[in-house]
Design a protein around this ligand. Structure first.
Ligand SMILES: NC(=O)c1ccc[n+]([C@@H]2O[C@H](COP(=O)([O-])OP(=O)(O)OC[C@H]3O[C@@H](n4cnc5c(N)ncnc54)[C@H](O)[C@@H]3O)[C@@H](O)[C@H]2O)c1
Ligand SMILES: [Zn+2]
Length: 360
């Protein structure tokens, strides 16, 4: 097992990465100093892993499971209320500890419930998808969707620890694995050229879920994210954290326009990353050869390399204007400037976008 520390002063916490970690009670129990633990999970993950987590928590812990319906469309106020209701009906107080057992949807909503219930209670993340292990469980962004925009309601709130157990990925559908790989590629592309090259080489082992390759990919992704988050915890307007949103400005527009859940988050990010890279080529910030490598790596991971066929530039602009990355009315874009570097800019004109977005 490898431990990566997220260095945030008194909000610092460890990420444990390894295989078969949830079977080991010591890791979990080291972070639990309370009697009542509420495990939030969903109808897909509960039958797979809830028993193992319950067993690891042992007989001395009072465990309250909350099994939510599965899907991005449930990452909303109604589901959040369900969690508050269970907590209140069970007379939970500020000592209660929440555990998020699931993918990014469960992690985001449980984290926000923990941030807001009684003005903040402790929580642990046990991410069960690749995407949540390399991205959403790390860095403290929590929240829910609103009908008018994704992740619009939320808080920065750090967990006590993250347990990233790649053994849990054995049951993950291939499509979800690929979606997670989109965020993995992102770290290589924005700041870690050597990691990008490593991904190009190890791609077949990753697709086949080889545990040691997955562990390495999760470690290097978390190290990159930890480094960025430690420098810019609250995503300041000019800060480095914004670069983690590569592919997300276009990606969120795709997700929102297509309806949450139809395009997976990682798939939308993949298409968004290709679009951002095409913009970079049009602005002479990236070479055609680099764009080719970016497209090839996404394609090798079975990810989309273009946005939805029927989506027009007007639809992109409409949805991008709702994005949180809009600053003073200007849409901010994250544009790669090579393999291993990216910039944040609002200097992307419609004349640059039109041939890329309007051509479809
Ligand atoms: N907080 C952040 O910083 C951050 C970053 C990136 C994404 N996100 C959010 O994360 C969400 C996407 O997360 P996701 O991709 O994990 O999706 P998800 O949580 O919807 O999980 C994907 C699917 O896999 C199933 N699943 C989960 N673990 C499984 C397992 N081990 N075996 C079999 N099936 C399993 C889930 O039930 C679900 O059907 C989005 O809501 C996105 O906004 C947040
Ligand atoms: Zn993302």
């Amino acid at each position: 097992m490898k431990t990566i520390n997220i260095d945030l002063g008194d909000r610092s916490y460890p990420i444990y990465v390894g295989d078969q970690l949830i079977d080991n009670p010591t890791i979990l129990l080291n972070h639990i100093h309370t009697h009542t633990v509420v495990v939030v999970t969903n109808t897909t993950v509960a039958p797979l892993y809830l028993d193992t987590v319950t067993q690891s928590l042992g007989d001395n812990t009072h465990i309250i499971p909350i099994i939510l319906p599965d899907g991005e469309q449930y990452k909303n106020t109604e589901t959040l209320n369900t969690i508050y209701e269970v907590l209140l009906k069970n007379k939970c107080d500020r000592e209660v500890m929440l555990i998020a057992l699931g993918g990014g949807v469960i992690g985001d909503i449980t984290g926000f419930a923990a941030a807001s219930f009684m003005r903040g209670v402790k929580f642990i993340q046990i991410p069960t998808t690749l995407l949540s292990q390399v991205d959403s469980s790390v860095g403290g962004k929590t929240g829910i969707n609103h009908a008018l925009g994704k992740n619009m309601i939320g808080a920065f709130y750090q967990p006590q620890c993250v347990i990233a157990d790649v053994g849990l990925l054995k049951t993950l559908p291939d499509r979800e694995l690929s979606a997670g790989l989109a965020e993995v590629i992102k770290y290589g592309l924005i700041r870690d050229a050597a990691f990008f090259v490593w991904l190009e080489k190890t791609m077949p082992s990753l697709i086949n879920k080889d545990p040691s390759t997955l562990i390495e990919a999760v470690i290097r992704s978390c190290e990159n994210k930890a480094d960025v988050v430690a420098q810019d915890e609250f995503e300041s307007s000019k800060g480095i954290r914004a670069t983690l949103n590569l592919g997300h400005t276009f990606g969120h527009a795709i997700e929102h326009a297509m309806g949450y859940g139809n395009w997976l988050h990682g798939e939308a990010v993949a298409a968004g990353t290709i679009i951002a890279s095409q913009v970079a080529v049009a602005q002479n910030r990236l070479s055609e050869a680099e764009l080719r490598r970016i497209i090839d790596l996404h394609a090798a991971f079975n990810l989309p390399i273009a946005g939805p066929k029927n989506m027009t530039m007007a639809t992109y602009i409409k949805h991008m204007s709702h994005d949180k990355k809009v600053l003073a009315g200007k849409i901010r874009f994250i544009i790669p400037t090579g393999i291993g570097s990216a910039i944040v800019t609002d200097d992307v004109t419609e004349s640059v976008l039109e041939p890329i977005l309007g051509a479809r």
